[in-house]
Design a protein around this ligand. Structure first.
Ligand code: FEO
Length: 170
């Protein structure tokens, strides 16, 4: 059985993962409208992945005798002024998510809830990958700047890039 504190913290994370999914969906839609299909498909996949992170938490909370709460979400407020700005937000967002996962592990350990701490280890590893991927992409886009040819090639590369940082084909 989850403690009230643990349950409340996990429910916060459910909301955070849902918000992540919305943020990436908004970015995907923006990139698609702009004609950057590779970046759009990466963002769509990333959005699906965040939804999967949320669902995993929902199932865990309910399985442990709690009640996973599905709350309403605000429209993501994003800076679409450039691809650099967009990917910087993606990177910062993932860093924030990692901090909240670490915070959840702290709570689990302070409650002696070893099952939840163990469950959260999957998220800890996932965040290492996601943060690293976001950083690699941000470094690339910073290098490209506003160069149109570079952006075209970058968009093409992103078609095969998964959220976990692996190439899909080859
Ligand atoms: Fe589920 Fe990218 O955090």
């Amino acid at each position: 059985m989850l403690s009230d504190t643990m349950q409340a913290a996990l429910n916060e994370q459910i909301k955070a993962e849902a918000e992540s999914s919305q943020i990436y969906l908004a970015m995907a839609s923006w990139a698609e409208v702009k004609g950057f299909d590779g970046i759009a498909s990466f963002m769509f996949r990333q959005s699906d992945e965040e939804r999967m992170h949320m669902l995993k938490l929902v199932k865990y909370v309910n399985q442990r005798g709690g009640h996973a709460i599905i709350s309403s979400l605000d429209e993501p407020k994003l800076d679409y002024s450039s691809f650099q700005a967009l990917f910087r937000q993606l990177y910062r967002h993932e860093v924030k998510v990692s901090e909240s996962i670490n915070n959840l592990v702290d709570i689990a350990l302070s409650q002696k809830d070893y099952a939840t701490s163990n469950f959260l280890q999957w998220y800890v590893s996932e965040q290492i990958e996601e943060e690293a991927t976001a950083k690699v992409i941000l470094d690339k886009i910073d290098l490209i700047g506003d160069d149109k040819g570079g952006l075209y090639l970058f968009d093409n590369d992103m078609k095969n890039f998964t959220a976990a940082g692996h190439n899909i084909v080859q």
